[in-house]
Design a protein around this ligand. Structure first.
Ligand code: OGA
Ligand code: MN
Length: 287
């Protein structure tokens, strides 16, 4: 039976039905998934029953996997899988990374080679909350006033990993090691990437800034850059560009970090548990 692809919203996103990625993916199914990924930017593949090894095998069809940045919550048997969760072990220590992605961002835009795609497999969803917001950066770019497109053309944005360098975000109080981590990260050099990037496959232009990581624009003072950045952060998350994913258990959701920003919306409290397994596909230098 061929897999079925159905749009999820008018902004972007599609759900994929009738697939079973616990088995090797046929070339034909892989080709339709890949095409849908380029067409819809976010895919929610429903009803998957995947072991960690199955998720790795599926993810590796798309490219080389990244090492997870946070080694504290990786799966011992599959170190390329990071656990996102608010659950706690009997001894009170966290099972996974809590509050990952709480501000709009695109994964690893603070690194010289940012992530191409991220894949989250939902094992358990909370009764309340836990949705993930996605915003379409092709559409956000296309809707910019021409004068803004012209002024951003060829300009690089400054991307910083430490939240302590960014006045528009705050460290999550729920993360036990936040202060040490963000202090340590102060030493990591900022990355410079084009504020408008061209998708290497579709050739379309996408806005490539985000509130979480973008702290400045190259060649501009803070006073010059701030009003532009404030405008862009407001603009890029307008309702027309956004899709909120309400998770079903066993959803395998993948998104294209080259043309989508995303955000965890939170809104759930232990013992209402959320549990995800995360894999990331490595990307190239933005241009
Ligand atoms: C991520 C991320 C959001 C979420 O895994 O990169 O930002 O809703 N996750 O868990
Ligand atoms: Mn993220």
């Amino acid at each position: 039976m061929p897999i079925e692809i159905r749009p999820l919203s008018t902004s972007m996103g599609a759900e994929v039905l009738g697939a079973d990625f616990s088995k090797p993916v046929s070339n034909e199914d892989f080709a339709s998934i890949l095409q849908a990924f380029y067409d819809y930017q976010v895919l929610a593949i429903r009803d998957q029953n995947l072991s960690p090894a199955d998720q790795i095998a599926f993810s590796e069809r798309f490219g080389t996997l990244e090492d997870q940045l946070n080694s504290r919550y990786i799966l011992p048997e599959e170190p390329k899988i990071l656990v996102l969760s608010n659950d706690v072990k009997p001894d009170g220590t966290p099972v996974g990374l809590i509050d990952a992605g709480d501000f709009w961002h695109t994964d690893s835009s603070h690194r010289p080679l940012p992530s191409m795609a991220t894949i989250l497999y939902s094992l358990k969803n909370p009764d309340e909350g836990g949705d993930t917001g996605f915003a379409n950066m092709y559409a956000a770019y296309e809707a910019l006033p021409q004068s803004m497109k012209d002024s951003l053309d060829g300009r690089r944005a400054v991307q910083a990993v430490s939240k302590f360098k960014n006045k528009r975000v705050v460290a999550s109080e729920r993360r036990p090691d936040a202060t040490e981590k963000y202090t340590e990260q102060m030493a990591i050099p900022d990355a410079l990437h084009p504020a408008i990037r061209t998708h290497p496959v579709t050739g379309r232009k996408a806005l490539y800034v985000s509130q979480r990581f973008t702290i400045g624009l190259e060649g501009m003072s803070e006073a010059e850059a701030d009003p532009i950045l404030d405008f862009l952060f407001e603009h890029q998350t307008k309702a027309d560009f956004v899709y909120y994913h309400h998770w079903q258990d066993n959803d395998l959701v993948m998104w294209d970090n080259r043309c989508v920003i995303h955000r965890a919306t939170g809104g759930y409290t232990y013992p209402d548990v959320r549990l995800m397994h995360r894999t990331v596909i490595a990307g190239d230098a933005p241009y």
